[in-house]
Ligand binder design. Sequence first.
Ligand SMILES: *Cc1c(COP(=O)(O)O)cnc(C)c1O
Length: 385
Amino acid sequence: MPEGTPPPFLPYARQALGDAEIEAVTAVLRGEWLTTGPTVAAFEAALAKRGAAREAVAVNSGTAALHSAAFALGLEHGTSMVTSPLTFAATANVGLHLGATVRFADVDAATGNLDPEAAAEALTPDSRLLVPIDYAGHPAAWTEFRKLADAHDVRLLADAAHSLGATYRGRPVGSLADLTALSFHPVKPITTAEGGAILGDDEEWMFRARSFQTHGMVRDPARMETAGDPWHQEIHFLGLNYRLPDVLCAIGLAQLERLDGFLARRRAIAARYLEAWAGLASLELPASAPHVEHGWHIFVIRVRDAALRRPLFDALRAAGLGIQVHYEPVHTHPYYQRLGYKIGSCPVAENFAARALTIPLFPAMTDADVERVIETVAEAAGSLA
Ligand SMILES: *Cc1c(COP(=O)(O)O)cnc(C)c1O
């Protein structure tokens, strides 16, 4: 590389699209249905199968999936939800949009996932919903959360934006909570550009999620509250338009076909990183429990000394690596601060976040990209201490 030329930029994540997606979209564009058509139904059926759920509802973002699912499970004014602060803001925001109280409980220091004991302490008599996140693609402690939810009569919503294709004690993500919310943003396990889905088994909850996605509108004659003319339909809930069009479901169907290949590539890259960096004293590498098949949505390293995070970030960015931080804890954001949430209230999550850096990992990385990341991180981290 000539002196002065900046190194090529390698993002932390990027979609992998090919001819299959392009042809699938083209076929929908040439057809009759742009939205509410057969490709939506086909994508929903394929998603349900993949997640071992009875049903899926496609929506137009992961945020919409969380919002619809939280509504479906009865989160509303006068109730509360407990979740992790180590997540994207949408997880908590949807609770506030529904008028509920949001309580943050601390995380497990090894995985960054919601800590069942901390969650148990955060539950109150008004709690309706427990929302663990499969952080980085590592399934949360679902056995413990199921016990907790049953003991306290609260519902379980999985924020599985990171973890489609991961498994927990042999069971796939999609079958572990009462409802599961997925995201299909370009960095996620599969993409539809923007998109998401709710997976679940319970007919009534899925009916509520589906209605919420279309203005709370009910068309099924068996569910109507009044008899009517052929055009009659009824608004039963206050919903929104959260529909995912056929055009985008076509991308999703093609992506789902490739998910196993994506996962294999993610796991192979993660294994290379773990092996290559095992001897670096300045870093903590991500943990993986023996009873999970990790989805490796993101590869988060932690510097042992928080003061070295910024120098390492700067060095890796200068070398062209699109390092990010997942996440600044939700309760520390100005909006949440103005609502009265306290910095210091989730010390484990705050400490985790203060030392975290997300390293590039995505299926479309070449072997040369992987080697470049390995060498760049080893060199920069090696010169830290
Ligand atoms: C991406 C993400 C969301 C939101 O999904 P969008 O599709 O961007 O709306 C919610 N929770 C987590 C943990 C995410 O990573």
